[in-house]
Write a protein that binds this ligand. Structure first.
Ligand code: SPV
Ligand code: MG
Length: 323
């Protein structure tokens, strides 16, 4: 008979108890009257680091998620593979994730199923872009990219809004007209159609190295609905300019992935050249820090509650075949 005392309860895990739902948190960020920031993440641990740093929300970047798996950003990962990554990210955090859902991975019907599955894994919102499947990253031959028919794309937005069960789930419509070399008026025309179809916000993307295009767009758009920007290429524009132009959200879309690659390349080269791990040791985090990020202490607490004294004391036994 077990000598363990009856289980007490574990302390609440902050990831399990959001004060408001993740979707409501994202909606609040999108509608806040000051500039907010989403930081890119691409797996569970990067999502956790983004949250610990203090960011209020995560951009689930298609570029970074595909890069972290060694494939290209042109739908080489299947939508269920993206979903599985997003699930690890969502489980590891209590802040909202806006998932980069590319073109929605198909037509309106694929979008409906996507929204259903995203809500099941507590992803707060998705961003879909008006290109064709399979999409190509906006910074690769942007002007050769074909845009979707705006009304077909609007049907996807409407289908997403009609499918979501949680009224706070956010659907962001990404306008790729400026990327594809069309003018401001085409970008505005499309944004209006997507807003009318129910989009909670418009993401206006630009690959210029100045913010002129997105600022001109905002000037004409007159804040009809929140505007999101991705300043990857106009990185030298001061953030105060984005604030003055009353953008809703700036997405830092790939810097965590890029810094991880910088660090991995540096460490791998050093160890390769030196055939030793000695010099690297002082430059990288300890194994203990990995355990902390994995919340290893929580398991110890749970073992104290749920394992019997006999189990706790038992030395690890090798498994015997057929036992
Ligand atoms: C992403 O992060 O995957 C994006 C932004 O879609 S961009 O790479 O700029 O297209
Ligand atoms: Mg993307």
């Amino acid at each position: 008979m077990s000598t363990a005392s009856p289980p007490t309860t574990l302390p609440p895990n902050e990831n399990d108890l959001p004060m408001i739902s993740k979707a409501a948190q994202l909606k609040k960020l999108i509608n806040s009257d000051q500039l907010e920031f989403l930081m890119e993440a691409h797996n569970g641990i990067s999502a956790k680091i983004v949250q610990e740093t203090g960011f209020q929300g995560i951009w689930g970047s298609g570029l970074s998620i595909s890069a972290s798996n060694g494939v290209r950003d042109c739908n080489e990962m299947s939508w269920t593979q993206i979903l599985r990554t997003a699930e690890f990210m969502s489980d590891a955090t209590s802040i909202p994730i806006l998932l980069d859902a590319d073109t929605g991975f198909g037509n309106f019907n694929n979008v409906r199923r996507l929204v259903k599955k995203l809500e099941q894994i507590d992803v707060a919102g998705m961003c879909i872009e008006d290109k064709l499947f399979p999409k190509t990253n906006s910074f690769i031959n942007g002007e050769q990219q074909t845009l979707a028919d705006p009304y077909e794309f609007a049907g996807k937005i409407k289908a997403a809004k009609d499918t979501q069960k949680d009224p706070d789930f956010c659907v962001v419509a990404r306008v790729e007209s400026l990327i594809a070399g069309w003018g401001l008026s085409e970008a505005l025309r499309r944004a209006e159609i997507y807003f009318e179809a129910g989009a909670d916000a418009i993401l206006i993307h630009s690959k210029k190295n100045t913010a002129d295009q997105v600022i001109d767009f905002q000037f004409e758009w007159q804040n009809r609905c929140p505007l999101i920007i991705v300043p990857t290429m106009y990185h030298s524009t001061p953030t105060s300019v984005f604030k003055e132009s009353q953008f809703s959200i700036a997405i830092w879309a790939n810097q965590i992935m890029r810094s991880a690659i910088t660090a991995m390349q540096k460490t791998a080269s050093l160890i390769y050249e030196q055939e030793s791990i000695e010099e690297t040791e002082s430059q990288i985090i300890s194994v203990q820090e990995i355990f902390r990020l994995q919340d290893t202490d929580e398991l110890k607490t749970a073992e104290d509650i749920y394992l019997t004294d006999t189990e706790k004391d038992a030395p690890l036994k090798p498994l015997r075949v057929g036992a």
